[in-house]
Design a protein around this ligand. Structure first.
Ligand SMILES: [Zn+2]
Ligand SMILES: [Zn+2]
Length: 185
């Protein structure tokens, strides 16, 4: 028992509340019924648990695991680009690595051809469900739906808008020049 606790005892009051008296978790989130669950008989904070999960490490998998992921992925996507159905040459992270996308699971990677991967780049809006349904802004990316050229044209537009918004005008100018140049050839 510490000196402070001894003094508190002689004065007949508690300085430190018992666990049951605490209304907030150590990080200050309230122990409301919504935010509380029980683990090993003690209360635990849902928000803290969520935060812990969100900050889980996103390390590059080991070489054998990478080999396994590659093998399964090429089988799952049947060697075809998920954006245009051309023969795949690359693997594309649906949520890009620079946007903190998962690099250690098959739930964030699809096969892609070089062109689609280059155009898509780090653009957001794409999601991959557990059943490997690829969607862009809620629209299914599959033959007969949003697919191939029209999709990539829209993604390109989104990138130009983003670069303009973020003040990356030198890149916009370069892209426009390059595209303009290609048209005249
Ligand atoms: Zn908490
Ligand atoms: Zn493609």
């Amino acid at each position: 028992m510490t000196e402070t606790q001894k003094r508190a005892r002689t004065l007949g009051k508690r300085l430190v509340p018992s666990q049951g008296e605490k209304t907030h978790c150590p990080w200050g989130h309230p122990y409301t019924p919504d935010n509380t669950y029980y683990y090993l008989g003690a209360r635990a904070c849902r928000r803290c648990s969520k935060e812990r999960r969100r900050h889980k490490s996103n390390k590059r998998p080991s070489a054998p695991r990478r080999a396994m992921l590659h093998r399964v992925l090429w089988k799952l996507d049947a060697g075809k680009c998920r954006y245009c159905e051309a023969p795949a040459t690359e693997e594309d992270h649906v949520v890009a690595r620079c946007n903190n996308g998962d690099i250690n699971s098959l739930y964030n990677v699809v096969l892609s051809c070089h062109d689609c991967n280059a155009i898509k780049g780090r653009e957001g809006g794409f999601t991959l469900s557990k059943k490997r349904e690829l969607k862009w802004r809620g629209q299914l990316v599959a033959p007969g739906h949003l697919f191939g050229e029209p999709l990539m044209a829209q993604v390109k537009e989104q990138r130009l808008r983003r670069q303009k918004r973020q003040g990356l005008t030198h890149m916009v100018a370069y892209a426009t020049k390059k595209e303009g140049g290609a048209q005249h050839e």
